[in-house]
Design a protein around this ligand. Sequence first.
Ligand code: F6R
Length: 240
Amino acid sequence: MNITNLGTRDYASFYVACELYKQITQHPHSKLGLATGGTMIEVYRFLVELLSRNNIDVSGIETFNLDEYVGLVDNHEESYHYYMNENLFKRYPHFNASLIHLPNGNAERLDEEAQRYEALINQQGPVDIQILGIGENGHIGFNEPGTDINSRTHIVDLTYSTIKANSRYFEDEAEVPKQAISMGLSTIMQAKKIILLAFGEKKSIAIEKLLQTKLDSQFPASILHTHPNVEVYVDDASAQ
Ligand code: F6R
């Protein structure tokens, strides 16, 4: 695992956008694993700029999002469907809709939906690059502390730490969904390359723990030490 402090959020976001851009232009049928959350906003902004400026054909690019809340309608402003449309797919409207995949957090039978999504990734994958943020408690995707390292796409009960952290995106804490559907740790580990980003002081403890923890299911991101191709980019604040 390589950890690099790129100084600022902007530098790191631009760097990762360039990595995605290179993957897309050099391999027009790439499969990308995408994440949401505050961390990724600038990555998508720079990626859209690069794609637009160079008029890149993305019709062969297939995307798989990590996760979605359970019970939010797709056009709810905090749903990850909405986030991806607003931050990427509407801003660069040349992706092939049939190749954009997110788990459906409104499925009637959530367990079946998790199985369907996992099967789709296994059939179409592995992804070439998976981008990841990290929770303050070390979660990746929505794999909370204690998640089985062999987990596949599953329904997750969000911990209070995550509900509290994510309440900053909702009007109040009570509105934050209590469950999500998420790729499992084992699903994430299938990616050929993983890039994790962390910004801000609030992530500094998680980054410190990531450096110190070898493999501990109580700190899910530590599984990344067992992947052969992981790059971590941080800013000054999270590197403290
Ligand atoms: C999002 C995701 C989560 C976030 C993490 C950090 O798709 O899977 O693991 O990456 O919760 O969220 P932010 O970036 O909002 O701090």
